[in-house]
Design a protein around this ligand. Structure first.
Ligand SMILES: Cc1ncc(COP(=O)(O)OP(=O)(O)O)c(N)n1
Ligand SMILES: Cc1nc(C(=O)O)sc1CCOP(=O)(O)O
Ligand SMILES: [Mg+2]
Length: 212
């Protein structure tokens, strides 16, 4: 059992064939959760993404962003709720209890509310400057630490995460990191996944007490 999780997100900028090609060359067993985050695609297309990618991520959980209908149709083990998705409590009512619910949050208040409603984990960001969030000020490490303190479920940090800042991020007691551009848009995705996993597993920081 790994102490901290590595989540990787699809970019919304690549075709399925390209993502599958990259995944086929990568040590995907080092990734705990793959998020299919393809906001511009319909539910039918997302189910096709799941069917094509799941065999390439045989040892990872594959979660679906926003589309509970697609997640239910394919039997996905998790969903990632966005700011404009159904709420956590609405989602809980619809989904089987075994389906993990992650919720995207941007403040300690939102994190505490998501946990209260039954989220299994929250994604908080963006921590550092990120080309994936152009022109938006990052929230920083201290804000992440505050969210970790305020939230009773695991917090996964997102936004501008690189192998070189993983240890600082994990020093907040968060439960892992989520990465978009620095894996699937990187020139060396396989090497980058290894760098992330090594940086995460090398860290001596523990999850916030109560979450181990
Ligand atoms: C204040 C604030 N609100 C919403 C967002 C973005 O929401 P999210 O659900 O995380 O969607 P994506 O990041 O996946 O586009 C935000 N960053 N900040
Ligand atoms: C999808 C997403 N959500 C964020 C949030 O703060 O809610 S930041 C983000 C993008 C993260 O991309 P990268 O790893 O390329 O910085
Ligand atoms: Mg987000």
């Amino acid at each position: 059992m790994r102490k901290h999780s590595l989540h990787v997100m699809t970019t919304g900028q690549q075709e399925l064939a390209r993502v599958a090609e990259i995944a086929g060359q990568c040590p995907t067993e080092l990734i705990d959760v793959l998020h299919i985050r393809e906001k511009q695609r319909g539910a039918g297309e997302i189910t096709a993404w799941y069917a094509a990618l799941k065999p390439l991520f045989a040892q990872s959980a594959v979660h679906i962003n926003d589309r509970l209908d697609a997640a239910l149709a394919v039997g996905a083990p998790g969903v990632q709720l966005a700011y404009n998705s159904l709420s956590v409590s609405q989602s809980r009512r619809i989904l089987p209890p075994s389906v993990s619910i992650g919720c995207s949050v941007h403040s300690a208040e939102e994190a505490a509310a998501a946990a209260e409603q039954g989220a299994d984990y929250v994604l908080y960001g963006h921590i550092f400057d990120s080309n994936s969030k152009p022109g938006l000020a990052p929230r920083g490490i201290q804000a992440l630490a505050d969210v970790v303190k305020a939230c009773s479920v695991p917090v996964i940090a997102i936004g501008g995460i690189e192998p070189g800042n993983v240890d600082e991020v994990l020093s907040t007691g968060c439960a892992g990191v989520a990465v978009l551009s620095s894996v699937l848009l990187h020139a060396e995705p396989a090497a980058q996944i290894r760098r992330f996993r090594e940086a995460i597993d090398r860290s001596h920081h523990n999850l916030r007490s109560g979450l181990n």
